[in-house]
Design a protein around this ligand. Structure first.
Ligand SMILES: [Zn+2]
Length: 131
């Protein structure tokens, strides 16, 4: 089974999710900002939200600004300082409106994963525990 690392709540029952390698940007665990994240590539995927045993959804990571506009926001994690002269990059680090974050249904910690569309739900493989 695949469980929440923090509280042990079951996220997937055995043999529900498929392991996929896919580069997807995801905010850091327990991050307060969607811009505070990185590219990950190890995910458990299901194509239907009903295949989760338990899961929560949110449009924003905890504490992020609510007045966000509907425009696509470029996400550019900076390795050094937060210089305002950063130029937009086109490497795909954008989070369109339909993106939702997956959180533990019990303790509400996350994001443990991300939903890029209504037919693709990805749980980051290193943010969950196994038994
Ligand atoms: Zn939990």
């Amino acid at each position: 089974m695949i469980k929440c690392k923090l509280c042990g709540d079951i996220i997937f029952l055995p043999k529900t999710a498929t392991f996929v390698e896919k580069e997807v940007y995801i905010p850091n665990f327990q991050s307060k900002s969607v811009e505070d994240g990185e590219m990950k590539k190890d995910f458990w995927m299901v194509k239907n939200m009903y295949e989760f045993a338990n899961i929560g959804f949110s449009h924003n990571v905890k504490g992020s600004a609510k007045g966000a506009t509907s425009t696509v926001t470029p996400i550019m994690p900076s390795s050094s300082d937060s210089s305002s002269s950063a130029t937009p990059s086109s490497d795909g680090r954008v989070l369109p409106d339909h993106v939702r974050f997956l959180t533990c249904a019990a303790c509400e910690q996350g994001p443990v994963g991300i939903s890029l569309s209504g037919t693709e739900f990805l749980v980051e493989a290193h943010r969950v525990s196994y038994d």
